[in-house]
Design a binder for this molecule. Structure first.
Ligand SMILES: Cc1cc2nc3c(=O)[nH]c(=O)nc-3n(C[C@H](O)[C@H](O)[C@H](O)COP(=O)(O)OP(=O)(O)OC[C@H]3O[C@@H](n4cnc5c(N)ncnc54)[C@H](O)[C@@H]3O)c2cc1C
Length: 458
């Protein structure tokens, strides 16, 4: 057997299955290297779990759920820059959060332009959002996080976010009023369940790397216009094929190698290389059942569990607040965003409820009534305004649950099947299910594939 190093000729296009952030990032990365790609998406539109729709009654562009980006989303920004969409994200000048308490109190955490972690420390010290004791707890915590991650205070294997924060001397009120809001938003899971190790990684990347990485980013457009309208042009200009309404039913795998896919209508497409960028619950349906049951690499993915997100979009007869976005304290609803100020359709308020296991089975009318009641506590103007229209969106499979031990269930991009590579926010990125995890996984899958193509085995 001889192994040559060097770029291999690829006769057939690489098949990319799934047109979310992961699949599009992978397809764009391949196309930028001159590879031919064929992307198959089962839906009539691209975007997967990060997409927008035009709400028919109001004409507003509504996302399937409010998405935030961060300065530390380096893979996402690389992807957006490549397709010419980086300008469609507006970043804060510096990390800043506003808190709205159920008592009506409004406070801020604004971090000045200083090198990390001083930006954060100065922000905490100057903030009215914390008591003097909480500030002291936060400063101690920041010092701990700055130390080597192998220190005794690094989260233990079985630590949840809550147990780790308790161990790190964070009081119940600080957890309730600050950490839990951040943790649920970043992880989409109850801090009593979520893995401290993943959360610690998020904190290091998002808050302690650099002031620029800490900034929050907002799409200036609906999510679909952010990327899924520009990526197709990039791909097609480079000879890529992008096919919607193409539902892959199964992978064709023979003698340990991937040979192609079969579509729902029975059509077979041959391929030597496939990047699967579908969510885990779709992926397990595409594998031959024997392989799924017999190879632990695949079997363990069956243990991944979903975590839901509920979005409550509200159109009032008047503006109820000028606040751009706020973290909500002492309420079930968690975040509030003012939307639609870009002139597309009517302005509205979008409320987010993440890690929504306890609420996802409730009727939408109940969820709406709860949101309106709580909004009235937070903002007096909401009590006086008349609700003209509402849209409650339940995303039951919003993300995988990043519970303790989940890292052992997440597969790498390289699989035991020759020619089959995995991408998607649920693969082993080390991050929770995020746009960044998805984009990063797309690039990783392409790197693995390119490594293999660079080694021709005879
Ligand atoms: C409500 C909500 C709010 C969120 N908020 C944030 C946030 O603020 N910040 C953040 O970073 N992340 C957020 N996320 C997470 C983020 O949206 C996801 O992590 C990311 O979009 C996942 O991208 P992906 O490409 O891995 O998967 P997906 O977007 O799910 O893409 C997979 C694609 O594969 C297609 N597919 C599936 N099966 C098949 C098949 N058999 N054949 C062909 N195609 C198939 C699907 O139709 C889909 O288009 C949020 C998610 C939700 C739902």
């Amino acid at each position: 057997m001889r192994v040559h190093e060097g770029a291999a000729a690829v006769n057939r296009p690489v098949l990319v299955i799934g047109g979310g952030f992961a699949g599009l990032a992978a397809a764009v990365a391949l196309a930028s290297k001159g590879r031919r790609i064929r992307l198959l998406e089962q839906k009539p539109h691209l975007g997967g779990r990060a997409r927008s729709l035009i709400e028919p009654v109001t004409g507003s562009v509504v996302d399937n759920g409010q998405h935030l980006l961060m300065g530390c989303y380096h893979s996402t920004l690389r992807f957006l820059e490549t397709i010419g969409a980086a300008g469609r994200v507006r970043f804060q000048p510096g990390f800043a959060l506003e808190f709205l308490d159920a008592s009506g109190k409004r406070t801020h955490l604004r971090c000045p332009r200083l090198p990390a972690p001083w930006h954060l420390l100065a922000g905490v010290i100057g903030s009215g959002s914390f008591t003097a004791r909480e500030k002291w707890e936060l400063l101690r915590f920041a010092r701990m996080l700055r130390r080597n991650s192998r220190s005794a205070t690094a989260p233990a294997d079985g630590a949840t976010v809550s147990s780790w924060l308790r161990q790190a001397g964070q009081s119940e009120t600080l957890q309730h009023n600050f950490w839990n809001l951040l943790a649920v938003a970043a992880m989409n899971e109850d801090p009593e369940i979520a893995s401290a190790q993943i959360f610690e990684r998020v904190l290091r990347l998002a808050l302690f790397s650099s002031a620029a990485d800490s900034r929050l980013g907002f799409a200036r457009t609906g999510l679909s216009d952010l990327y899924s309208s520009l990526a197709p042009a990039y791909l097609q200009d480079r000879g890529g094929q992008l096919e919607l309404n193409r539902n892959v039913r199964r992978f064709i795998i023979e003698e340990g190698a991937c040979r192609g896919v079969e579509l729902a209508g029975g059509e077979r497409l041959e391929a030597d290389h496939i990047i699967s960028a579908v969510p885990w619950n779709s992926f397990t349906l595409l594998l031959p059942p024997g392989l799924l049951r017999s190879d632990p690499f695949f079997t363990r993915t069956l243990a991944l569990r979903p975590a839901p997100i509920i979005s409550i979009n509200l159109w009032f007869d008047r503006r109820i607040t000028e606040i751009e976005f706020a973290a909500l304290r002492d309420t079930t609803i968690q975040w509030l965003f003012n939307r639609g100020d870009d002139g597309s359709g009517e302005p509205f308020v979008s409320i987010v409820l993440s890690g929504a296991h306890a609420h996802v089975a409730r009727p939408k009318e109940e969820i709406l009534a709860m949101a309106l009641r709580e909004l009235g506590q937070l903002l007096p103007a909401a009590r006086e305004a008349r609700l003209r229209h509402s849209l409650v969106i339940k995303e039951r499979f919003a993300t995988f649950s990043p519970h303790v031990g989940v890292e052992a269930l997440r597969p790498t991009a390289r699989t035991p099947v020759r020619g089959l590579y995995l991408a998607g926010d649920w693969t082993a990125t080390g991050l929770p299910a995020t746009i960044e995890g998805a984009a990063q996984s797309g690039y990783t899958a392409v790197d693995e594939l390119e490594n293999d193509l660079g080694r021709i085995v005879e």
